[in-house]
Write a protein that binds this ligand. Structure first.
Ligand SMILES: *Cc1c(COP(=O)(O)O)cnc(C)c1O
Length: 354
């Protein structure tokens, strides 16, 4: 049954759009004119509302701030040449939203509410979807606990919100990455598969240290042995080894990325063999050393495909073939963008048109 949401709308009295420099859009700093909010109380979602983007008043005792009952999603809206606006596979994010909610003892949001909320706010601020090639409107849905109560217990009230911000192209500087063998991002039985706020807070120190050592990014390994590759920063990690697409299989320590899953489907369509399994650090390093590994990249909504130039493991550097000449990554990035920007027929039904 599809319930239609009743969303109250309060329009901004003036638009900030004219003041935005679309040639200078660092990620996450520019927000559109409106935002969406909803409340969970007495066991139901209510008060869906679109209102001007701005500060919200909250008690300093809300449990999200103290105990991290908070998580988010990230997806994008794209403008096609004919002016149509589409969001890429939002039903995937809706489903993952509820996986995160469940693990953090937070209420589910009906998937149709998630999708209708995104459709409504993107439609409201549709003039904010950039027209320029490789520019997008980033969509940030999130949920957090709002009980003003310092007991360590699940909140009984929550807020769901959606923010929008135009964002520029991710300049794919080829990355120098470090295999992390000291810190861990996620452990078995934990919540690495959820887009829980705490996962990102915990990754900042290791990332800062890696940057101080001259790296752009780090590759996380398993908590128990540090012998298996898991993810790259806040993206999934993939390799092409002996012409096959090889990527860690999803498990409770790995976030099930929409980009990852889309790349796997397209690679299979290209006739490529795909292996989703445990991937050892040793195997990857040997394959780079003997030339069998031609591609290493991070896969996620923000960067689509972020190619790796060098991997360093315990002080030893392994250099990949020139990433800009990579056949796979270049072809895959184009295949994904062609779908998202409506340049090819959307045979898989991945574009949700707003
Ligand atoms: C968001 C995220 C990804 C990528 O997921 P997409 O759905 O492709 O954007 C991968 N790993 C982590 C840890 C993430 O937070």
């Amino acid at each position: 049954m599809t319930e239609t949401l009743n969303i109250k709308v309060t329009k901004a009295t003036s638009s900030k759009l004219a003041g935005v420099d679309f040639d200078n859009l660092p990620f996450g700093k520019t927000f559109s004119d409106h935002m969406l909010t909803a409340d969970y109380a007495d066991g139901e979602w209510k008060n869906f509302e679109i209102l001007p983007f701005g500060d919200i008043g909250l008690s300093p005792a809300i449990s999200a701030l103290h105990y991290g009952q908070a998580f988010f999603e990230g997806l994008k809206a794209y403008k096609h040449a004919d002016g149509k606006i589409s969001v890429f596979r939002p039903e995937k994010n809706a489903a993952r939203f509820n996986k995160s909610a469940e693990r953090l003892c937070m209420p589910a949001l009906p998937e149709e509410f998630f999708i209708q909320s995104i459709a409504a706010i993107v439609d409201m601020d549709r003039n904010w979807v950039p027209t320029k090639e490789n520019y997008t409107l980033y969509i940030r849905p999130f949920m957090f606990a709002t009980d003003p109560y310092l007991g360590v217990a699940p909140s009984s009230t929550y807020k769901f919100m959606v923010l929008l911000g135009p964002t520029g192209p991710y300049f794919s500087k080829n990355l120098k990455v470090k295999i992390e063998t000291e810190y861990t991002r996620a452990s078995e039985g934990g919540f690495g598969f959820a887009k829980a706020a705490g996962n990102y807070g915990g990754s900042m120190l290791p990332a800062k240290k890696a940057m101080e050592q001259g790296f752009d990014q780090l590759i996380w390994t398993d908590a128990k042995t540090h012998e298996y590759v898991e993810e790259m920063g806040a993206a999934n990690v993939m390799f092409v080894i002996d012409g096959k697409l090889v990527t860690p299989s999803t498990r409770d320590t790995i976030l099930n990325g929409v980009t990852r899953e889309s790349i796997i489907q397209l690679a299979k369509d290209f006739g490529m063999e795909v292996e989703e399994r445990r991937v050892s650090v040793k195997e990857v390093l040997e394959a780079i050393a003997n030339g069998a590994c031609t591609d290493a990249f991070g896969a996620g909504t923000a960067a689509t495909i972020a190619q790796v130039a060098e991997i360093v493991h315990e002080g030893k550097t392994y250099t990949l073939p020139n990433p800009s000449e990579s056949v796979f990554a270049v072809k895959m990035r184009k295949a994904l963008d062609d779908i998202k920007y409506g340049r090819v027929e959307d045979v898989k039904g991945w574009n949700f048109v707003v």
